[in-house]
Ligand binder design. Structure first.
Ligand code: 13P
Ligand code: SF4
Length: 303
């Protein structure tokens, strides 16, 4: 049944000149049918580079919006329009404008996990893969980072600049405590610990590497070690295990499960390709300033 739907999706995406992009947290059957899987930064770059007319984005709403910002001429489809990111909802354009008024001249570094309207007000975007490089690329001595206070505090440890915080976080990464990591380390003394930069700074301080989701795959592949404790969303175990079948990956907390990342099913992907429903299109008045912030980020990463 799964094979049959996957075959139909493949056929239909060829007929419609579509490419399927999937985030590393997506369910296994979605990652298996995707043309490309990756972290937020890689997916943005892929969305900008591909010649396909249609992008089916298997992830959450802000990721599809980023694809629409970068590729307005392409049709961007999100198979489940209700797949959002609770952290992205923790900053609105109105609240950001009010905060900016109190910090005149301070550049705003906005995590890609945010709405297009918030990106449009920002100086530059960042992802978990490039936050320190982005902050350090700016001339200013102080910056405001939104919406993730954990990413901001983790970035503060890697720059001399003063970082003003926004009080948002990923509700799933925020629940991982140093005590949970210590317990996992005691049970698996030979394992290295990989943390996502959305985790608490106290957790990141315990990590052997604090990297993006694709950064975790690269780290595990290149490491001589064979056992890893993983501090991120539980879906990450699948791409890690697929990339390194002979290594062991232990998720430190099974409670780190993002329901929004699990909403899209194969049937949703098939239906959206058949009907072309679920288009995400950012209006030009927002897209143009948001594009500036996203392009500035990509230039830092490329350079
Ligand atoms: P990455 O960019 O590291 O894939 O992270 C995206 C995300 O939503 C983490 O919760
Ligand atoms: Fe957003 Fe957290 Fe889900 Fe990532 S894991 S999409 S940051 S809520």
């Amino acid at each position: 049944m799964t094979d049959d739907i996957q075959a139909r999706i493949k056929r239909l995406s060829k007929d419609k000149d579509a490419i399927l992009l999937a985030h590393n947290y997506q369910p296994p059957e979605i990652q298996d049918v995707a043309d490309f899987c990756g972290d937020s930064l890689e997916l943005s770059i892929k969305a900008a580079e591909t010649d396909a007319a249609v992008l089916v984005f298997c992830g959450v709403h802000f990721m599809a919006e980023t694809a629409s910002i970068l590729s307005p001429q392409k049709t961007v489809l999100l198979p489940r329009p209700d797949a959002g990111c609770p952290m992205a909802d923790m900053v609105t354009p109105e609240a950001l404008e009010a905060r900016m008024a109190g910090l005149p001249g301070v550049p705003v570094v906005t995590y890609v996990n945010s709405s297009a309207a918030v990106k449009a007000l920002s100086t530059i975007c960042c992802t978990s893969a490039n936050a320190a490089a982005v902050v350090n690329s700016l001339e200013a001595d102080e910056v405001l980072m939104v919406p993730d206070r954990n990413l901001a505090r983790n970035t503060a440890a890697r720059t001399d600049k003063k970082i003003h915080l926004w009080d948002g976080c990923c509700p799933f990464h925020d629940i991982l405590t140093p005590a949970m990591v210590a317990e996992a380390r005691a049970a698996h003394p030979d394992a290295l610990f990989l943390a996502h930069p959305e985790c608490l700074p106290e957790v990141v301080a315990m990590a052997d590497a604090a990297v993006s989701t694709s950064g975790m795959i690269r780290f595990a592949r290149e490491s001589a070690r064979t056992s890893f404790l993983v501090g991120t969303e539980v879906g990450m175990r699948y791409p890690l295990q697929k990339a390194c079948p002979d290594k062991e990956f232990i998720m430190v907390s099974p409670g780190m499960r993002c329901d929004d990342m699990k909403k899209i099913t194969l049937t949703d992907v098939l239906n959206c390709l058949e009907t072309m429903a679920g288009e995400v299109k950012v209006p030009e008045a927002i897209r143009v300033p948001a594009l500036k912030a996203v392009e500035r980020m990509i230039a830092v990463t490329a350079g």
